[in-house]
Design a protein around this ligand. Sequence first.
Ligand SMILES: CC(C)(COP(=O)(O)OP(=O)(O)OC[C@H]1O[C@@H](n2cnc3c(N)ncnc32)[C@H](O)[C@@H]1OP(=O)(O)O)[C@@H](O)C(=O)NCCC(=O)NCCS
Length: 139
Amino acid sequence: GAPPLQIPPTLIGIGCLWAILEEAHIIMLAIHPQFQGQGLGQALLLALLKSACDRQLERATLEVRDSNLAAVSLYKKFGFKEAGRRKRYYEDTGEDALVMWRSGLEKPEFQRYLADEKREICDRLHQKNWHLAIDIFDF
Ligand SMILES: CC(C)(COP(=O)(O)OP(=O)(O)OC[C@H]1O[C@@H](n2cnc3c(N)ncnc32)[C@H](O)[C@@H]1OP(=O)(O)O)[C@@H](O)C(=O)NCCC(=O)NCCS
């Protein structure tokens, strides 16, 4: 008979930014644990940066637990630099938050950077057999 259908989660990723003056505050970025490691997180981050760029924001910033290796490496891959720490920011574990910044979003070369990254990210998604029903990058 047919194999049992596995019901997929309805939400596999979420990303959100707040535009505050000329800054993009990335307040949320997460991929469902079953779907991590396939390039979806970087696709979402790229979409957020593209949206920041379209809104003429100049810098992106976020806070992340310093123990969160996956997230910290993802942000570094996209040019975020550690700019400071908030000591014992997370009440549950007493961990520090790293404050990271990515500047230069308003520069023309950032457009080229986004386009290059988009190509690579889309190739990787295709290799993993993902086909986006909508163009989340819209460029
Ligand atoms: C951080 C997170 C969004 C990454 O999403 P993902 O879809 O698994 O990541 P991707 O497959 O797109 O990986 C992109 C890059 O992230 C980094 N990365 C992802 N997983 C990693 C891991 N387990 N270890 C080290 N680096 C990792 C790498 O730089 C990777 O690039 P590479 O594959 O070229 O090396 C995901 O791990 C997550 O949802 N974590 C829990 C929520 C969270 O911590 N959010 C961030 C809060 S600020």
